[in-house]
Design a protein around this ligand. Structure first.
Ligand code: F6R
Length: 615
């Protein structure tokens, strides 16, 4: 949460930073701010609201210029979103200016000590405490800024990605990281700083991703100096060549990133299995799995950890692994797992799922699993993210940047990757017959084309959205592989339209939620033609006799549900195990259209952030 951007070079820092903040707005958007060194002073402009509000404020101040600057877009943790709590924050002397993503957990104790030493504070933030701690250290021993930052960071507990500039030494930016991401873009005679590479992708494709407990002193016309925060040791960083391109982070003619990302799913899934799914040869090839196949095949159980949509993908995977690889699977909320005393040993495999690769709870769950001796496999989308580095092995989903806060293509690509993993394991364990195995490979390859067909129901889904947009509650029902899809459908609606929605296994309805059903209740039922079909039809009859409104997701050619439901959206036939990849699509579209019709901010829903780097 929170996006940080910095620039030091020869161009207009303000326009680079503002454009960068817009690209990082998915990380937080309750306030924004910028600090620019104009040759004699550091000017700070900040505001509650969006980056566009900041732009208006900057435009009103005509003299905000400079080629050294830092900027921030905020998702509040300490202190309500208002102008004062917005970043950047200045130290008491006025010299040091900081931006920060993360949480300083022991800020209250540090603040008390600083107050005793005469420091005063304008804001309620932990960040203002941190910048003053750095200043206090700097003054206590006449330290250089880099040294003071290092000493101060050794006194704080928590997480941070920071960038700090000093009015007295406007020839450097100091950056540091622990637990929150920070990338340094290295250009010719210029440097960029950002929470991810998207703000600088058109200027350079060389970047250093700081690891935890690393810092850098960046000066113009000099090699940056990289140090370990704990012991001060210098090191040479790994300069990564970025693959990202500018088209991937723009809306490409769609009104919202979310819609673009929904429509990108056929390609995203192809990108997930490209080079890995070799139908002709009857192979699934993934080096992270192939290299560890013995360990995976001999595991006594798999525990999947994740949060939100990634947790839902884990639930789908539970059904898939158990069905075809015959291995017991448990799926845990990372936030619960990390604070329990889970029974995990070196005979277990833990799979951590995360789009961003930065989710604090998932990272902590991985650390706990590793401490208990488990082998941890990561399924991430963001290349080079913290989780991908923390895990023992892993595979990227290669879905491309997901910018809409509500996860869409991340979910379906995670399921695709986990399906391939289960198939690879099934082959190694011989738990699927050769013909069934081949059938799954062939069918998986057809999924992108079938998603394209489902996307043709966009106009129909929009019409249905128009009918139910004013409902105050929704119920989502599914069974088996599609029970987690019901949970995911409900989450999508809640997140972006703020309508209360619940997902349930269809048969559980009569153990409680049935009491909610009346003529005002829309119920989305995933009623595809598989083993549970007859039972789902009975569930639909139970709903109809209580006057509930049914939106059925059915297999093409269905007649029974069609006769009972108020609306149906068809999906092409596929294997039951792969059906979540299709049934999810209309639910994503339904929530998207309802939110748009209600005038909600689809890509940046209130209170949410894309990357949850705090617990
Ligand atoms: C839902 C959503 C969140 C994330 C969750 C985990 O649309 O986006 O529920 O799925 O915060 O995030 P990652 O996958 O980045 O760990």
């Amino acid at each position: 949460m929170c996006g940080i951007v910095g620039y030091f070079g020869y161009r207009d820092a303000k326009s680079i930073i503002v454009k960068g903040l817009k690209r990082l707005e998915y990380r937080g958007y309750d306030s924004a701010g910028i600090a620019l060194y104009d040759g004699s002073d550091i000017k700070i402009i900040k505001t509650k609201g969006k980056v566009s509000d900041l732009e208006d404020k900057i435009a009103a101040k005509k003299n905000a210029n400079g080629s050294l600057g830092i900027g921030h877009t905020r998702w509040a943790t300490h202190g309500v979103p208002n102008d004062i709590n917005s970043h950047p924050h200045r130290s008491n002397s006025g010299d040091l200016v900081i931006i920060h993503n993360g949480i300083i957990e022991n800020y209250a104790a540090i603040k008390k000590e600083l107050v005793n030493r005469g420091y005063s504070f304008q804001s309620d933030t932990d960040t203002e405490v941190l910048v003053n701690l750095i200043e206090a250290v700097q003054k206590s021993g006449n330290y250089k800024l880099g040294e003071a930052v290092q000493i101060a960071l050794n006194q704080v507990v928590g997480a941070y990605a920071i960038a700090i500039i000093d009015l007295k030494k406007p020839n450097e930016i100091i950056v540091a990281r622990l637990g929150s991401p920070l990338a340094i873009g290295i250009g010719k005679d210029e440097y960029f700083i950002a929470s991810d590479a998207s703000p600088f992708i058109e200027y350079t494709n060389n970047a250093v991703y700081l690891e935890d407990e690393e810092m850098a002193v960046i000066r113009l016309h000099k090699e940056p100096e990289f140090r370990n925060i704990k012991n001060g040791d210098l090191f040479d960083p790994y300069v990564q060549e970025l693959q990202l391109n500018i088209e991937e982070i723009e809306k490409g003619g769609f009104n919202h990133f979310m819609l673009k990302e929904i429509f990108e799913q056929p390609k995203a899934i192809q990108d997930t299995y490209r080079g890995r799914l070799k139908v002709n040869k009857g192979l699934v090839k993934m080096s992270g799995i192939d290299d560890n196949i013995e360990k995976l095949s001999n595991a006594q159980k798999i525990t999947i950890v994740g949060c939100g949509t990634s947790w839902h993908a884990g639930l789908v995977a539970e059904y898939i692994f158990e069905e075809i690889a015959r291995i017991p699977v448990e799926v845990e909320y990372a936030s619960e797992f990390r604070y329990r005393n889970p029974i995990i040993s070196d005979k277990d495999i833990v799979i951590a799922i995360s789009q961003s690769g930065e989710t604090a709870d998932t990272l902590a769950a991985i650390k706990l699993a590793k401490k208990n001796g488990a082998f941890v496999f990561g399924v991430c989308n963001v290349v080079g993210s913290s989780i991908s580095r923390e895990t023992d092995a892993g595979a990227y989903t290669h879905a491309g940047p997901e910018i809409g806060v509500a996860s869409t293509k991340a979910f379906t690509t995670q399921i695709t990757l986990l399906t391939m993993m289960a198939l690879r394991l099934a082959k190694a364990k011989r738990t699927l017959s050769a013909s069934d195995y081949k059938r799954h490979l062939i069918e998986l390859e057809t999924i992108p084309g079938k998603i394209k067909t489902v996307l043709e129901s966009d106009a129909l889904t929009k019409k249905i959205a128009g009918i139910y947009k004013d409902a105050t509650n929704f119920l989502y029902l599914g069974r088996g592989f599609n029970f987690p899809v019901a949970l995911e459908g409900a989450l999508k609606l809640k997140e972006i339209s703020y309508i209360h929605a619940e997902g349930y296994p269809a048969a559980e309805m009569k153990h409680g939620p049935i009491a909610l059903i009346d003529e005002n209740m829309p119920i989305v039922v995933i009623a595809t033609k598989y083993g549970h079909y007859k039972k789902i039809v009975s569930n639909i009859q139970e709903i109809k006799s209580r006057k509930g409104k049914i939106i059925g997701i059915v297999t093409k050619g269905d007649t029974q549900v069609k006769a009972l439901a108020d609306h149906v959206i068809e999906i092409p036939e596929t294997l039951e195990l792969l059906s979540p990849l299709l049934t999810t699509i209309p639910l994503q579209l339904l929530s998207y259209h309802i939110a748009v019709l209600l005038g909600k901010n689809v890509d940046q829903p209130r209170n949410l952030a894309k990357s949850v780097t705090v617990e």
